[in-house]
Design a protein around this ligand. Structure first.
Ligand code: PGA
Length: 247
């Protein structure tokens, strides 16, 4: 694992965007795994600026999002489909047919999950996966206790995640209780992974993820087994690490 610490959220967002821009320049048809949540918002903003000001070309990339709530239509302002279009896709020259987001409204979720795995395979696998981390250690919606070998499937959200995400809804009762999520095995099959985290509320879980034992109780800890992971942290998120880290 390469751990990099920067002073601020702005700095980690800018560096993450530079890393991804370089990947796209090296491979214009990059297969990029994308995350939602508040963490990658700064990164998406920086990539949009690179597109507008430097001509960064997204026209050939294929994207796969990590997860989606079950039961929210694409038009719901808290669906991840809506989030991605609002915060990223509508502002860049991505080809709409190369965007992939799990379908949280499908009639047959099991079939939709298998098809999502097939699509990733047919695209040649994910070259570069962006990840956030939940305050309980989840990656995508793989909550504590998830199988470390899992593939895309339906997963219930933990009480902690429902509480954390209720800040985006009018009330906690509106938060969906289930999701479709790439599995931990799906994420681990990516060629390269970039996990970003900021803020004091992530410090404890970042310590468990990087310095703790590998355990299904902290799904992100499995990243210790991946060949090529970079963890990009601001000062606060890195504040509980005992490791010496690069800045
Ligand atoms: P956040 O969520 O970026 O909103 O903190 C991260 C996650 O739950 O994976």
């Amino acid at each position: 694992m390469l751990i990099i610490q920067k002073n601020s959220y702005e700095e980690i967002s800018t560096l993450a965007a530079k890393i991804i821009a370089q990947k796209i320049k090296n491979k214009p048809n990059l297969v990029l795994g994308l995350a939602t949540g508040s963490t990658p918002l700064g990164l998406y903003k920086a990539l949009i600026n690179m597109h507008k000001n430097e001509g960064l070309d997204f026209s050939k990339i294929t994207t796969f999002n990590l997860d989606e709530y079950i039961g929210l239509p694409q038009t719901h302002n808290q669906s991840y489909y809506y989030f991605m279009h609002e915060n990223f896709f509508n502002h860049i020259n991505i080809s709409k047919r190369l965007i992939n987001i799990p379908d949280g409204m499908s009639e047959k979720h099991d079939i939709a999950c298998n098809q999502y795995e097939d699509k990733i395979r047919h695209a040649g696998g994910i070259d570069f996966q962006i990840l956030g981390i939940g305050s309980n250690g989840h990656i995508a919606f793989n909550e504590p206790g998830s199988s470390l070998n899992s593939r895309t499937r339906v997963k219930p959200l933990s009480k902690k995640t429902i509480k954390d995400n209720s800040r985006f809804f009018n009330s906690i009762d509106e938060v969906p209780t289930k999701s479709i999520t790439m599995g931990i095995g799906t994420i681990m099959s990516s060629q390269e992974i970039l996990l970003i985290a900021n803020g004091l509320n992530k410090a404890e879980i970042i310590k468990s993820c990087i310095e703790g034992p590998i355990s299904a109780m902290c799904p992100a800890s499995i990243l210790q087994m991946h060949r090529k992971v970079t963890v990009l942290l601001d000062k606060d998120a890195a504040s509980k690490l005992t490791l010496e880290i690069e800045s």
